[in-house]
Design a protein around this ligand. Structure first.
Ligand SMILES: [Zn+2]
Ligand SMILES: [Zn+2]
Length: 447
């Protein structure tokens, strides 16, 4: 992975609106698209965090809407939670980069995801693994998804119903460029699209659009991705619980219900008769499938998964799937970069040195202040530069739109003081160990 600094915007939506980021002056296309991710827009059931290179999206692969109903060409798979967490989380490049060799999804990438929806559900190529339009083939449910060979739920067309407003992406392609809906972000009709269903906006930023006909989503990857074995790599694995099944000709999925905290019932019609698949799993990874015939005869299959399933699917709870929150305070996440002598203890002078370094890098015109155009993008590798971009509004204590060095040092003092509990000017490994993860809202939404 090349670590070339590129343009990125990572601002809370409110701030974007307040400072008119969409009207901001030009960004050269070759620098890639600006990602604007108002984290608060992510639905319950999704947990995100980021480092300098990626936005990580964790989910259990189960959307909060109903599934499966309406499938006319059914592969006999059912939705099961997936461990899209930790090392197996979705990775969205924060610095998307246009590729010299864009990859078309018309002729490849039939395996695996090419985008990730904002609710943490992957989006596969609109063409199925035989190269046919999955939607037209009747393989998709009313929400544009179905369960794959690993019983992993995913979409093949754009989940337009996820969009809360035109300026909110529905998904991110795995190259990092956002996928918007059926209008431009400002609500106007979509301008001419390229073969990948994308184009550049007036500021030179690339993005994709959903369409009601093929390719429905990004028709390939205009940005840099790595492809291996016919799919984008890396991407999270959906690990099968049971062997995959053949299509069941003539069957239509007519119902799907959550019947308990870890149990579901799928109903399908075949030759005018109703069949059911009732299935459940426990926290130890034991899965039981009951195949119920129209006359009530039941056949049962048991499987044990090497890893226990994620708990609390979002359907059953209005609260987030993940009750734990392991995001760490900024100062701890960036300790390695800030701790210049690498002794594990962060000195106040090390933080002020980092703050001044970021300030000087950002201060392009060298006038001793950071103006909006200098801090609105984070294009420096300095640890504190990203912090300035994300927290500009709070750092700018007097709210005049310009950040002075003294305002930045005041903010640094504030950050340091929260962790330096005994106020001795250093944060020891013991003090870092005592740090409590911030409250979820505080961690999730940039201040
Ligand atoms: Zn599929
Ligand atoms: Zn557009």
């Amino acid at each position: 992975m090349m670590k070339v600094p590129k343009v990125v915007l990572f601002l809370p939506l409110g701030l974007c609106a307040a400072i008119g980021i969409y009207q901001a002056a030009g960004v050269y296309p070759a620098l890639g698209s600006a990602i604007v991710v108002p984290l608060s827009q992510f639905w319950d059931g999704v947990r995100t965090h980021q480092d300098g290179d990626y936005l990580y999206i964790e989910s259990n692969g189960m959307p909060s809407h109903n599934m499966m109903v309406g499938i006319r060409s059914w592969q006999q798979q059912v939705p099961l939670p997936q461990l899209y967490q930790g090392d197996n989380a979705w990775e969205i490049p924060l610095h998307p980069k246009l590729s010299d060799h864009p990859i078309s999804a018309r002729t490849g990438l039939y395996r695996g995801a090419i985008a990730i929806a904002i609710n943490g559900i992957p989006i596969f190529n609109a063409l199925n693994n035989r190269g046919e339009d999955a939607y037209l083939a009747g393989e998709l449910d009313k929400w544009g998804g179905h369960a794959g060979r690993a019983d992993d739920y995913h979409y093949h067309i754009a989940p337009l119903f996820l969009q809360k407003s035109p300026d909110q992406p529905i998904a991110f392609a795995l190259d990092g460029f956002p996928l918007f809906g059926l209008t431009e972000p400002d609500g106007s009709p979509v301008k001419k699209l390229d073969e990948f269903n994308g184009h550049f906006d007036d500021q030179g930023n690339y993005h994709y659009h959903a369409t009601k006909t093929y390719p429905y989503i990004n028709g390939g990857l205009r940005g840099v991705v790595h492809v291996s074995g016919g799919q984008i790599d890396p991407q999270p694995n959906a690990i099968p619980t049971r062997p995959d099944l053949p299509p069941l000709r003539g069957a239509t999925v007519t119902g799907f219900k959550t019947t308990g905290p870890r149990s579901y019932s799928l109903e399908y019609s075949l030759n005018g008769l109703t069949h059911r698949v009732d299935y459940e799993f426990d926290e130890h990874g034991h899965y039981t499938f009951h195949f119920v015939d129209p006359n009530g005869t039941t056949r049962t299959e048991n499987y044990t998964h090497s890893e226990p399933p994620p708990t609390d699917p979002p359907q059953n709870s209005p609260s987030p799937v993940f009750t734990g929150w392991d995001r760490q305070p900024w100062i701890k996440v960036h300790l390695k970069e800030l701790d210049s002598n690498s002794d594990g203890t962060l000195m106040w002078t090390e933080l002020t040195t980092a703050a001044k370094k970021a300030f000087n890098l950002d201060d392009n015109n060298g006038n001793g202040n950071l103006e909006f155009d200098e801090y609105r993008i984070n294009n420096h590798p300095a640890a504190m530069a990203g912090y300035i971009t994300q927290h500009a509004q709070e750092i700018d204590g007097d709210g005049d739109g310009t950040i002075t060095k003294s305002e930045l040092l005041t903010e640094a003092h504030h950050i340091f003081g929260k962790t330096d509990t005994n106020s001795d000017g250093k944060i020891t490994p013991e003090e870092f160990a005592q740090l409590q993860p911030p409250h979820r809202d505080e961690a999730n939404v940039p201040r």
